[in-house]
Design a protein. Structure first.
Length: 114
């Protein structure tokens, strides 16, 4: 199983980025998908999730600014991030999970300058 995250980078506050996570080696539609983020010295935190049926969930800190979506035909999950803030700076990780297994991607750095 591979989860390949991309789309991170440096952006000014108020800007936007779109993260993508391409998966392989798994039956994508059998997995719920999520994005987590982590900063040095802190625990990894859930940013957004989307279950196989499409229902989404967001951390309070990103509600109204971020949108998670999945493309079952392309085995890919996206995270559209708008109105970015410096506190959104972190390494973002893609996660696939169900009752049987959990898989992580390698992370992509997002840096928001003030």
């Amino acid at each position: 199983v591979q989860l390949q995250a991309s789309g991170g980078g440096l952006v000014q506050a108020g800007g936007s980025l779109r993260l993508s996570c391409a998966t392989s080696g798994m039956i994508f539609s059998f997995f719920h998908m999520a994005w987590y983020r982590q900063t040095p010295g802190k625990q990894r935190e859930l940013v957004a999730s989307i279950v196989s049926g499409g229902t989404t969930n967001y951390a309070d800190s990103v509600k109204g600014r971020f949108a998670i979506s999945r493309d079952n035909a392309k085995n890919t999950v996206h995270l559209q991030m708008n109105s970015l803030k410096p506190e959104d700076t972190a390494v973002y990780y893609c996660n696939a999970y169900n009752v049987m297994a959990q898989h992580w991607g390698q992370g992509t750095q997002v840096t928001v300058s003030s």
